[in-house]
Unconditional design. Structure first.
Length: 407
């Protein structure tokens, strides 16, 4: 598990996200003995057991930490709890970590959140007066809180635009869990995000993958979410805010998510799965995928079909073959500062990339024009396309030569 701060390093030990296994769910909901220690009990919701995938389960990981905020027995709580169980458990007890008692440690609390009075006021106005409200909320991983003018309590997300490969799972430090409790002791957790599964075959080693939403809509980044509204489902899924409240938190949205594979993941003839955790969204015009290999080469694939990624669901994509790929090539000699990018179409889905001749490339279909800023008078543009059989020029200004020999 990674550290994100020297003072509260254990808070990053997020549950295993979508840690996946093919065993049957034999979890039993058990009780615990809290005598002499501050203990809570947490489980993954019944819905999450079946919605993610009928053959896969989410599990906790040894040392995972959840952060509880609430008002139990007329006592405010801002407390981190560490999992007492073992990796693979679906439920169990969590014990309070004294160093993560942020409510009684003002310097730590002020660094990661708004002031105590703001959270107390938000909780009293919005949650404490309603008998239907949980006694406590919980979130993992913890990145701080914010309170808006309407006294709503928001949680901060990690940076979901940068993720790390985990075999058979999404990045455990990126997925977000939200829990609720009616008694301040027993919590049930839900996933906030959805999952996109990319499956690849081939003979190379993958260094990284980049998924880009074709319309530029945000699918990742750092954001705020209203934890109470998410629990009560008062709004569509989660009410994600890409802008901070009073600029307290660095928030940004990204239409791309990069999955870092570290030293590389070797492909073979059997599909290897790569999981992206992303905000629930409908990608109306699909997405583009760039697979970067350790040898410096790149494979590009995409779809313009609508892709619906729902909260707590895995959206699987058909396995993609990355070896022995044949591209049709178009070479253009262009002068001037603006290139009108031709439309490439085919009977089925077309994928590929454009090398603009100035050191920059783009996934096919994302741009209709390109502006050169390197000051050179001419460039050799190479278009590499798969599944293409038609080319349409919407403008030919600046094109001095056109080679369709390999198209």
């Amino acid at each position: 598990m990674k550290r994100f701060h020297a003072y509260i390093y254990t808070i990053c030990a997020l549950f295993s996200g979508a840690l996946l296994s093919c065993t049957q769910d034999t979890t039993e909901d058990i009780s615990f003995d809290a005598t002499g220690r501050d203990v809570i009990y947490a489980k993954l919701s019944e819905d999450d057991r079946v919605q993610l995938n009928e053959k896969h389960q989410m599990t906790w990981t040894a040392g995972d930490t959840v952060f509880v905020v609430g008002y139990s027995n007329k006592v405010y709580k801002l407390q981190g709890y560490k999992f007492d169980g073992a990796t693979g458990d679906r439920s169990g007890s969590f014990t309070a970590v004294p160093e993560l008692d942020l409510y009684n440690n003002g310097s730590m609390y002020n660094e990661y959140s708004t002031n105590k009075e703001a959270v107390e006021s938000a909780y009293w106005w919005r949650y404490d007066g309603d008998n239907n409200c949980p006694a406590d909320f919980a979130v993992s991983p913890f990145r701080g809180f914010e309170v808006d003018w309407w006294e709503y309590l928001y949680c901060c997300s990690p940076n979901t635009a940068q993720q790390s490969y985990t075999a058979g799972s999404s990045d455990p430090n990126t997925n977000i869990l939200v829990g609720e409790s009616v008694d301040g002791k027993n919590f049930e957790f839900k996933n906030l995000l959805g999952f996109l599964r990319i499956s690849l075959t081939g003979d190379k080693k993958v260094k990284s993958l980049v998924v880009t939403e074709n319309t530029g809509a945000p699918i990742g980044g750092k954001f705020l979410f209203n934890i109470a509204k998410f629990v009560f489902e008062e709004v569509d899924e989660n009410e994600i805010l890409w802008k901070s409240i009073d600029n307290k938190t660095e928030c940004f949205k990204s239409s791309s998510i990069t999955l870092d594979c570290g030293d590389g993941v070797q492909l073979n003839g059997t599909p290897t799965d790569f999981y992206f955790a992303l905000v629930p969204t409908v990608m109306e015009k699909g997405f583009s995928l760039s697979v970067n290999f350790t040898d410096g080469s790149t494979f590009v694939q995409g779809t313009n079909k609508e892709i619906d990624v729902q909260r707590n669901h895995i959206k699987p994509m058909k396995a993609i073959k990355t070896s022995d790929v044949v591209y049709r090539t178009i070479t253009i000699l262009h002068t001037g500062t603006t290139l009108s990018v031709p439309e490439i179409t085919g009977a089925e889905s077309v994928s590929g990339f454009i090398n603009f001749g100035d050191g920059n490339t783009s996934i096919l279909g994302l741009l209709t024009s390109y502006d050169y800023i390197d000051g050179l008078s001419s460039h050799e543009v190479i278009i590499n396309a798969r599944g293409a059989n038609h080319i349409k020029f919407n403008g030919i200004e600046g094109i001095t030569e056109l080679d369709l020999t390999n198209f």
